[in-house]
Design a protein around this ligand. Sequence first.
Ligand code: GLN
Length: 190
Amino acid sequence: MKFGILALQGDFALHQKALQRLGVETLLVRKPEHLFGLMGLIMPGGESTTFVKLLKEIALFDAIRDFARERAVFGTCAGLITLARKIVNHPLETLNLIDIVVQRNAYGRQIDSFVDAVRVNINHSGTFEGVFIRAPKIVEIGEGVRAVGFHGEDVVMAENDHVLVATFHPELTSDLRIHEYFIEKARKFK
Ligand code: GLN
């Protein structure tokens, strides 16, 4: 029962640590063949334009699309942007694995990074420390997508059957509940 973390760029090491703390075997994914046999994949924060460019160069773009039909994928921040259907303020082809429309760098310069409480509704509801770093906003949610995390009026975490996304960085806190939830979600496709 191994989980992969996309390790082309960005903060993949902290996601790997979170999974290891939950007793899960991990693999750093750098090529399409690394996806073989994985239960799930995490796409970390970083820079979405760089992600898309690299994913295409090494043929992971299509491989992740195929993988997500059978397995679970969790994207945080730039990972979320890469998984979205569309970016409103940037012409970049995305994976379109979850029907959300996003705005990149949506909080502006003044507060481009901040920490604030997020209300999450996974298994049971509660609050979670949300670390936002040049975060995107989810500006539209399509059919089949459930909102599962909120910051004020904004939806900051959402999911469909195979894909979970968060605009913030749960790997930067010691709270493992969201990673734990993702593992449970992925196990359903065993
Ligand atoms: N601003 C980055 C982007 O647009 C995302 C930032 C992050 O992943 N922390 O891709």
